[in-house]
Design a protein around this ligand. Sequence first.
Ligand code: CTP
Length: 404
Amino acid sequence: MSNDSLQLKDKNIIVGITGSIAAYKAATLTRLLIKQGAKVKVVMTPLAKEFITPVTMATLSQNTVLSDFFNYDDGAWNSHVDLGLWADLFLLAPASANTMAKMAHGICDNLLLTTYLSVRCPAMIAPAMDMDMFQHPATQANIEILKQRGNSFVEPETGELASGLIGKGRMEEPEKITEEVIRFFQSKKKLQGKQYLVTAGPTNEKIDPVRFIGNHSSGKMGYALAEELANQGAEVELVSGSVTMEPKHPNIHLHNVTTAAEMFELSKKLFPTCNGAIMAAAVADYTIENTANEKIKRQKGQPITLTLTPTKDIAEHLGKIKKDSQVLVGFALETTNEEENALKKLRNKNLDFIVLNSLRDSGAGFNTDTNKISILDANGEKTTFPLKSKYEVAKDIVLYMTEK
Ligand code: CTP
């Protein structure tokens, strides 16, 4: 293999190893990464050294293995900050439940954890543990936190575990992890120099100074899409209604709005320079005709009437001004006649494709961490995906968009 065809040429990778039977696989993983041209530095937790020796890992990585905060022979400080600046990827394989729990909560009582908190590069995590530990709500909650912060995961396989049980928890094979690492570096570059608009969350239409008409949108799907686009190198203009999250990635530029009218104005302004837009917001179709300046007082026993007037359709407007080079993606959350309604929206709004989720599918729609989608394109062609976390769904949507 010539040097130029090496897929990880000049990539600096920290391989983090925790205390797990699967630690032996880190040896093959390190060899495979180096074979592809990567420079590898290994950091081990104290327990990891009980499973595989630092001598083995130092020989394979061609670098000193780091595990302690300082060198016991000469007192020299092992700088996790320098290590963090050096790395292009922090690859944790195998990742134990204990280390992931500490990472999720910012605990840093060993060098591997201080390194994780110091790195400026993305982290990829390959869990390895017994199936019951993996499925435990505490572990799943920690994984969700880490995913929400933009860490990517190499899902463990289902198979025979060290405990003798059969289930999900076996660390993925080194060959597969290496493929993921290569894909990560390839996809990272894919959207470099591109700019996307994402709308997310609910809009709130003011009734009076203390009340509004809103909806159940949590913004999770839109934020996951923004995160995925940014992970792939794009600059993201995120126009967001009121949600409880904050975007983490430096490429995401947040524009907070409250009402449908504000979302319309900002989206209209930002769209012309963008390569595309994903309309994930749950925009109010109606707003209050006359917002009351003072709190509306209760009229005992008397009904009151609020007059609602239509808002402007943001997606429809962008569909009208869209250039051929721009891609426009919409969402349709339906309860009946799903496909028919979604296709109608796609055509009326001049979308390139529409992401359909049905409230009839459990685990899909508002306020869940998961989603089950189908994608319909302008030719009516349908691609269906299984129930996944919103972060995985975001990856599917972005992949579909960039490969179309
Ligand atoms: N949308 C928008 N502006 C609006 C209403 C909707 O940009 N004023 C976008 C949504 O972000 C979504 C798509 O249009 O991408 C479809 O939204 P949805 O609420 O499902 O459809 P509506 O066109 O509002 O139709 P209906 O509420 O009758 O189903």
